[in-house]
Design a protein. Structure first.
Length: 105
């Protein structure tokens, strides 16, 4: 299970850094398929910054959940619990982004 955590965390970290550093809004689902007129309604920089930071933080949870049991020889339950926490953070962020007009211009 720790291998899945480390691989998942590494991939999520790379995608988060690409979105955050290179302003890769094309990697954000829904925004990349919106029309140009619809995209003009949103603050692209703020949205890419938020999504990038979210993915970087979520990847840290997966990496800690994979590396801590490996380093300490601890229980594998930590690896599974980190996936639950990862999903809770992602779902919470999706709800946060879609309630109110947080990223509207």
């Amino acid at each position: 299970m720790w291998i899945a955590n480390i691989l998942g965390g590494a991939i999520t970290l790379v995608v988060g850094i690409v979105i955050r550093v290179f302003n890769a809004s094309g990697l954000i689902a829904g925004y990349n398929t919106a029309s140009a007129a619809e995209q003009a309604l949103y603050d692209e920089r703020a949205m890419t910054r938020f999504v990038g930071n979210l993915l970087i933080a979520a990847s840290g949870i997966l990496l800690v959940g994979g590396l801590l049991p490996l380093a300490l020889g601890g229980p594998e339950i930590m690896a599974g619990a980190s996936w639950l926490l990862f999903m809770a953070i992602i779902i919470g962020a999706i709800v946060y982004m879609n309630t109110g007009k947080r990223f509207r211009r």
